[in-house]
Design a protein around this ligand. Structure first.
Ligand SMILES: NC(=O)c1ccc[n+]([C@@H]2O[C@H](COP(=O)([O-])OP(=O)(O)OC[C@H]3O[C@@H](n4cnc5c(N)ncnc54)[C@H](O)[C@@H]3O)[C@@H](O)[C@H]2O)c1
Ligand SMILES: [Zn+2]
Length: 358
């Protein structure tokens, strides 16, 4: 088993990563000092596969457990689902000492976290991420929330979990496209902060794609380590945390221009990273090896690197002006300066971006 600590003073917590960990969940939660009743929040896909093991482990550690299963899908990441969760917590008689366990991917994690952030002005929660994206990204860092018709993740709160348990065995039932999509965020960590990890991914792509448990554990541990470090230095995105948006400016535009149906998040981010690297090269910020190695690794993982032919570059430029991270109408781009380091800049050239999109 691997452990990564997220260092946030009184809000610090551990991420446990390894095989066969789910059965140890109850005991590990006990060790963090949570004593109240447990509400497991899951969905209709994950619940039937991992619900029983989770409940057994919690009951085995002496917890009283209730479960709510929501319908599966990003389209249920809504205020309406939140109302269902609050009403369920109230009907079950949950109090301020109770806690929520998120069993599922990022959709469940974001909603469970937001419910915990707001129910009775804040209760504890635990993340049990079951997608690669959730294990390397969304379960760590404390961003929680839901979507609105006019924008994704527009309503939410910062609320850190008390513990994260990533059992790599749960990835065995994950659809391949979901696994591959999660790899985009993994590659991102290498580009923004860790050249050695990027090289490891290049050298071990085969083992990763075969989902060898040891390779997965290393990949998740390193990814969480980088996210933990970044979040530890900048919990509320004043500066460094913005580097995690590498690939996301154009990625979000691609998602929004295709109504969130054309591409999975990771696929859109993959395109966004490749575009950002081409833009960085065009602006003289990095050498040609950066976009080359990046595109090669992404393609190796089966991720797209070309901007969709049916979208107009102009529409991207319009779309990114609406990005929620725009300051005074000017989006900051995260651009690689080499593999392992990035610069955040408002100084990006529209023509060069158009070129990078072609
Ligand atoms: N909070 C953050 O910092 C953060 C960061 C990145 C993304 N997110 C959010 O995460 C969400 C995306 O998360 P996601 O990619 O995990 O999607 P998801 O939660 O929708 O899961 C993807 C699919 O896989 C299924 N699934 C999950 N685990 C499974 C398993 N072990 N076996 C079989 N099927 C399984 C789910 O039911 C779903 O159908 C988005 O809403 C995004 O906004 C949040
Ligand atoms: Zn992302």
């Amino acid at each position: 088993m691997e452990t990564v600590k997220v260092d946030l003073g009184p809000r610090s917590y551990d991420i446990f990563i390894g095989q066969g960990l789910l059965s140890s969940l109850g005991g590990r939660i006990r060790s963090t000092g949570l004593h109240g009743r447990a509400g497991i929040l899951t969905n209709d896909t994950v619940g039937p596969i991992y619900g029983k093991q989770t409940i057994d482990s919690m009951r085995g550690a002496g917890y009283e457990v209730s479960t709510l299963s929501l319908p599966d899908g990003e389209k249920f990441k809504t205020i309406e689902s939140m109302a269902r969760i609050y009403d369920w917590l109230l009907a079950e008689g949950f109090d301020r000492k109770s806690f929520v366990v998120a069993l599922g991917g990022g959709v469940i994690g974001d909603m469970a976290g937001f419910a915990a952030a707001t129910f009775m002005r804040g209760i504890d929660f635990v993340q049990v991420p079951t997608t690669l994206l959730a294990q390397v990204d969304s379960s760590v860092g404390g961003k929680t929330g839901v979507n609105r018709p006019l924008g994704k993740n527009m309503v939410g709160a910062f609320h850190q979990p008390r513990l994260v348990l990533a059992d790599v065995d749960t990835l065995n039932t994950l659809p391949t496209e979901e696994f591959v999509s999660g790899l985009a965020e993994v590659v991102k960590y290498g580009v923004i902060r860790d050249a050695e990890f990027f090289r490891w991914l290049e050298d071990n792509a085969e083992a990763v794609l075969e989902m060898q448990p040891k390779a997965l554990a290393h990949l998740i541990k390193t990814s969480c380590g980088i996210k933990a470090e970044v979040v530890g230095a900048d919990e509320r995105e004043g500066g460094l945390r913005a580097t995690l948006n590498f690939g996301h400016t154009v990625g979000h535009a691609v998602e929004s221009l295709t109504d969130y149906t054309g591409y999975r998040h990771g696929e859109a981010v993959s395109i966004g990273m490749a575009v950002a690297a081409r833009l960085a090269l065009a602006q003289g910020l990095c050498g040609p090896e950066v976009p080359e190695r990046l595109a090669k690794l992404l393609s190796r993982f089966g991720l797209p690197t070309e901007f969709p032919k049916n979208l107009a570059p102009d529409s991207v430029i319009k779309s990114i002006a609406h990005d929620k991270k725009a300051e005074g109408g000017r989006v900051k781009f995260v651009l690689p300066t080499r593999i392992g380091d990035v610069a955040i800049t408002k100084e990006w050239n529209e023509e060069k971006l158009t070129g990078a999109l072609r």
